[in-house]
Ligand binder design. Structure first.
Ligand SMILES: Nc1ncnc2c1ncn2[C@@H]1O[C@H](COP(=O)(O)OP(=O)(O)OP(=O)(O)O)[C@@H](O)[C@H]1O
Ligand SMILES: [Mg+2]
Length: 264
C-alpha cells in the first residue's frame, strides 16, 4: 500500500512544559484507517492538531517531519495551509456545534465550504452538497439543507459535519473523538458510515477514540499512545491477538463489553 502520510521523529511541546509528543513515527497508507487510542491527556489531540497545523500559538514543533502526499507540511505557509486544509485533509471534531455556524442554514454552510476551494456555480455546489449528505445517510436532504444546526439531533449534526469534511473528497480525514458525545447506537451507525466513505472515496482516516472497541472495529491499524509516546503501532489483529505491551493489555482488559451493539 502506498504511503499518504508519514510522520518522522515528531516531538511537540507547549511553552514552559516538557515535551507532550515524543518522537512519534507513523505512516498512513492510502485508503487505510488508523485508530489512535490512549488515556485522557496522553497527547492524541495534540498529535492530530499538529498534523493539520491547528496547534495554539504557545505550542511548537521541537523536531521531526510531517510528509503528506509528498509535501513537507512543517514548512507550509498560510496560503498553502488554506488550500490544503478542508480540501486535501478534512477534519471532524467531537462537538459539531463548535464548528458548525449556528446562525447559518446547513445548505449555505456546505455550499460555502465547496466554493471556498472550488470556483463553481451555487447550483452545482448545491447538487454536490445534496449528494454528499445522501452518502452520509441523511436522506431527508431538503429538510436538512433548510435547517439551522440547532434544529438537528446530535447524530445528524455530526453527520452534517462529516459530510462537510467529505464534500471536497479529501485524501485524508482526521477525526478526534467524532462519536464520543453520541449514544452507542448512533456511534455504531456513524462508524459504519465512515467505513463506507472510505470504501466509496478511497479516503484514508485517522480516528482518535477513547473506545478501543471502536478502534478495533473500524481500523486497519491501531496506534496505542501513552504519555506522548507510541506504545505499539501495528495491524489491528496483531494488537488484539498479540498485545506486546503491558499498557495495551490493560487497555484491552478495560474494553467495554457493550450489549446490543453488534460487532463493536
Ligand atoms: N492548549 C494547551 N496548552 C497547554 N497544554 C496543553 C494544551 N492542550 C493540551 N495540553 C496538555 O497536553 C497534554 C496532552 O493533551 P491532549 O489534549 O493532547 O490529550 P488527549 O490524549 O487528546 O486527551 P483527551 O483524551 O482527554 O482528549 C495534557 O497534559 C494537556 O494538559
Ligand atoms: Mg483529545
Amino acid at each position: 500500500m502506498s504511503t499518504l502520510l508519514e510522520i518522522k521523529n515528531l516531538t511537540v511541546k507547549y511553552d514552559g512544559e516538557e515535551n507532550i509528543i515524543n518522537n512519534i513515527n507513523i505512516s498512513v497508507g492510502h485508503k487505510e484507517i488508523i485508530g489512535i487510542v490512549g488515556e485522557s491527556g496522553c497527547g492524541k489531540t495534540t498529535l492530530i492538531r499538529t498534523i493539520i497545523n491547528l496547534l495554539p500559538k504557545h505550542a511548537s514543533i521541537v523536531g521531526g517531519e510531517i510528509i503528506f502526499d509528498g509535501k513537507d507540511l512543517c514548512h507550509f505557509n498560510k496560503e498553502q495551509w488554506r488550500q490544503l486544509r478542508g480540501k486535501e485533509i478534512g477534519m471532524v471534531f467531537q462537538n459539531p456545534s463548535s464548528y458548525l455556524n449556528p446562525i447559518m442554514k446547513v445548505e449555505k454552510q456546505i455550499i460555502e465550504a465547496i466554493r471556498n476551494h472550488k470556483n463553481v456555480e451555487v447550483k452545482i455546489a448545491k447538487e454536490k452538497a445534496k449528494e454528499t449528505l445522501q452518502k452520509m445517510n441523511l436522506l431527508d436532504t431538503e429538510r436538512i439543507m433548510n435547517s439551522y444546526p440547532f434544529q438537528l439531533s446530535g447524530g445528524m449534526k455530526q453527520r452534517v459535519a462529516i459530510a462537510m469534511a467529505m464534500v471536497m473528497e479529501p485524501k485524508l480525514i482526521i477525526a478526534d473523538e467524532p462519536t464520543s458525545a453520541l449514544d452507542v447506537t448512533t456511534q455504531l451507525q456513524i462508524t459504519n458510515e465512515l467505513i463506507q466513505l472510505r470504501d466509496k472515496f478511497n479516503t484514508s482516516i485517522i480516528m482518535v477514540t477513547h473506545n478501543i472497541g471502536c478502534a478495533a472495529y473500524m481500523s486497519d491499524k491501531i496506534m496505542v499512545m501513552n504519555n506522548g509516546r507510541i506504545e505499539e503501532f501495528a495491524a489491528t489483529s496483531r494488537i488484539l491477538n498479540d498485545p506486546r505491551k503491558e499498557y495495551t493489555k490493560q487497555l484491552l482488559g478495560a474494553m467495554p463489553k457493550l450489549k446490543g451493539a453488534e460487532g463493536w
